[in-house]
Write a protein that binds this ligand. Structure first.
Ligand code: EPZ
Length: 443
């Protein structure tokens, strides 16, 4: 399958209801965790997205058995049995396709006392070191974790035995928090993670590990305690939490098209950092009584005003909604400011938005956004997953037709985005690269 584009004709207010899928960043950690089970498990509400398929392949390459089924709603159901794993090496080229392959380091180290991994890939927005992961593994007794031990892009760790340790993360890191939780689950003794990340998917991975038989307390706070256990019996079913970032993207898509959308199957408290900013800007955000859906719309004659947003670890404003939120700020009155506080270089999509009519000036980690009346259709490129999602939001709101090339990057994290948006009244099609290049030549 070659590269493909999304063709979007904007200007249709999104209307109706949409269901949110399982969380990408939770399921990637959970899949790695499942490689440690001394039995079987069933995973439900697994999003049918390309990053999940890459992770399934990586686990199968280790020797694990994963049977994939599809539910009536379109999510995946996975029956996992890792007892047939016959290697500690995850060094094939697929490892570099996704970032979350680094979770196999923690999981394999815990499983067999040894782990070998090719350096992971993922979206490119500046340096993405894994020094915190490696420093923590070294504290737990792993050899091979010094930067100079990385050989030809391959890290090989061994521990005999892996021991509990007091780990302090000097930067709040989602990946390091999950990786240390995985390794500590089967280490000898107690591990404490201080300054741990608190994202909803940290809690989901911890809940999954506890369902496997782990003894983890404090996930969701900045101190997590893990008492190592020798055996993880498994034999249970687990359903992945809804995707906070997918939900936020649909909230923003509803808002920028001046639509009225009810977003189902989300956890409203996870959306609070976005909901409160959107309310401040003038949008109406209604949570239903059952606490599992949010309706987004603008009251007649209410003016949408710009604001300032700073990304930070949960419960701060999520960096993974930063590009989409900038689209929201573009269509608000006056000046707004977006401060990217997590990643070094996450404004690569700004030149693309500018081609659609945005007025944005970037200085280092700050984007100054001047409100515009509307976007215009253009041919643009998705530089990464959330950048692509932002371009989709802008194209849905734009006058005219846009082509978003490298749309495969969007499908890494959004299940059935074309069908979901169409059901809300959007005009969106997937077109192959030939059409894209023809259009690009005309543009
Ligand atoms: C996770 O990446 C997510 N990916 C990212 O989502 C998300 O942007 C990020 O967390 C922050 O929320 C997955 O869960 C697969 P970090 P991760 O470790 O774990 C620095 C998406 O769009 N750092 O929390 O790699 C790092 O440079 C993706 O779905 C170190 O310095 O992020 C960054 O500035 C993109 N050394 C900060 O910490 C380390 O060893 C936070 O990174 C690790 C991180």
């Amino acid at each position: 399958m070659g590269p493909y584009s999304y063709k979007i004709t904007g200007g249709h207010p999104l209307k109706g209801t949409v269901n949110i899928s399982g969380s990408k960043n939770a399921v990637l950690g959970v899949l790695a965790a499942s490689m440690m089970i001394d039995g079987e498990c069933t995973l439900e509400n697994v999003p049918d997205i390309s990053d999940v398929h890459v992770m399934i392949e990586l686990c199968r390459t280790l020797g694990a058995s994963i049977v994939v089924d599809k539910s009536e709603e379109g999510s995946l159901i996975l029956k996992i049995d890792p007892r047939s794993i016959n290697t500690y090496k995850a060094t094939g080229p697929a490892v570099s396709k996704i970032r979350a392959s680094y979770y196999l380091l923690g999981a394999l180290l815990a499983r067999s006392g040894k782990a070998s991994l090719r350096m992971p890939g993922g979206c490119n927005f500046g340096q993405r070191p894994i020094d915190l992961h490696l420093k923590a593994f070294a504290q737990m007794g792993a050899r091979g974790a010094r930067p100079e031990d990385i050989n030809g892009g391959i890290i090989t760790l061994s521990a005999d035995p892996l021991k509990g340790a007091r780990v302090f993360l000097d930067i709040v890191s989602v990946g390091a928090t999950i990786n240390v939780m995985l390794a500590a689950t089967k280490a000898q003794g107690m591990t404490t993670i201080n300054n741990a990340a608190k994202e909803p998917h940290i809690v989901d991975v911890a809940n999954f590990l506890n369902a496997m038989g782990a003894r983890i307390k404090g996930a969701g706070t900045d101190t997590i305690r893990i008492q190592g256990v020798p055996v993880l019996p498994g034999n249970f079913s687990y359903s992945i939490i809804p995707d906070q970032i997918e939900a936020g993207t649909y909230m923003i898509a509803a808002a920028v098209t001046d639509g009225d959308v009810t977003i189902n199957n989300l956890i409203p408290t996870h959306m609070e950092p976005l909901s409160s900013k959107m309310r401040e800007m003038g949008y109406t955000i209604e949570e239903n009584e059952d606490n599992d859906s949010i309706r987004v719309y603008r009251e007649k004659d209410v003016e949408i005003l710009g604001t300032n947003i700073k990304t930070s670890p949960y419960p701060g404003f999520p960096t993974d909604l930063q590009p989409q939120a900038v689209v929201l700020l573009c269509l608000a009155k006056g000046m707004s400011k977006m401060h990217e506080n997590v990643w070094q270089n996450r404004f690569q999509y700004v030149p693309e938005l500018t081609r659609m009519g945005a007025s944005i000036n970037c200085f280092d980690r700050v984007a100054l956004v001047s409100g515009i009346d509307s976007f215009k259709g253009a041919t643009v490129t998705a530089t990464d997953l959330r950048a692509g999602a932002a371009l989709v939001c802008a194209a849905l709101a734009a006058n005219g037709t846009s082509y978003i090339n490298h749309a495969g990057k969007i499908d890494r994290g959004y299940e059935n985005i074309v069908q979901k948006l169409r059901s809300l009244g959007a005009e969106i099609d997937r077109v192959d690269d030939a059409v894209y290049y023809e259009q690009d030549a005309e543009a």
